[in-house]
Design a protein around this ligand. Structure first.
Ligand SMILES: CC(C)(COP(=O)(O)OP(=O)(O)OC[C@H]1O[C@@H](n2cnc3c(N)ncnc32)[C@H](O)[C@@H]1OP(=O)(O)O)[C@@H](O)C(=O)NCCC(=O)NCCS
Length: 177
């Protein structure tokens, strides 16, 4: 994949911009807060250096065409409130995976619904993906609801070989509304 130049996206309320070093404190929060991470299978960040390592990893991945990560902010306030990314692309570049998280005080207000719609459009229209997958814990009700509302369907029989608690969803390009 070639993501250059970075595509900043806007929705009604949100600005989806490139993640930057100024987001490190917020990345640390998002990757360590127990509420945000309740259903996410990753070792929690402990210190700012962990956030910086993650930032360096996604920056390198962006340059290599392996992942594209957006910082979610409100349009009138540049502070990071969450993130959304496309990554884990298939070798033929037709399938990608979406990942997302949001600080607790911003959840339940339709923010990720807005961000996800923009990223699905970008993935299908700009990257020409045919399918976008999402792996989510079977008890993560808000995430499952978010996916179902956005026309993701469970891929029957597909399992996450790394985490048996996850179910795998996919959205096909002609389903974007
Ligand atoms: C999953 C997450 C991104 C959802 O973002 P959000 O902005 O709160 O989602 P929305 O407000 O757009 O809500 C999506 C739907 O889920 C519903 N919902 C929200 N919280 C819910 C909850 N706790 N239980 C059940 N449904 C819930 C909403 O009502 C909405 O459905 P509706 O429009 O039919 O009412 C957010 O909860 C989050 O960051 N969770 C922690 C990180 C995480 O688990 N990421 C997913 C990893 S796979």
């Amino acid at each position: 994949m070639n993501f250059h130049p970075f595509s900043t996206l806007q929705t009604e309320r949100l600005n989806l911009r490139k993640t930057s070093m100024k987001d490190l404190e917020d990345i640390l929060f998002l990757r360590s807060d127990p509420t945000v991470n309740k259903y996410i299978d990753r070792s929690p960040a402990q210190k700012l250096k962990d956030a910086e390592d993650f930032f360096n990893k996604i920056s390198k991945g962006f340059d290599e065409g392996k992942n594209i990560n957006w910082t979610i902010t409100y349009k009138d306030n540049d502070k990071m409130i969450g993130s959304i990314c496309l990554w884990n692309f298939s070798e033929d570049e037709k399938i990608g995976e979406v990942g997302y998280d949001l600080k607790p005080e911003f959840q339940g207000q339709g923010i990720m619904t807005e961000a996800l719609k923009a990223i699905l459009n970008f993935g299908f229209e700009q990257l020409k993906l045919e399918k976008i997958e999402a792996y989510t814990h079977h008890q993560n009700e808000s995430s499952k609801r978010l996916l179902v509302k956005n026309n993701f369907k469970i891929i029957k029989g597909k399992i996450d070989e790394y985490n048996s608690n996850n179910i795998v969803f996919q959205c096909e390009s002609f389903h974007v509304t």
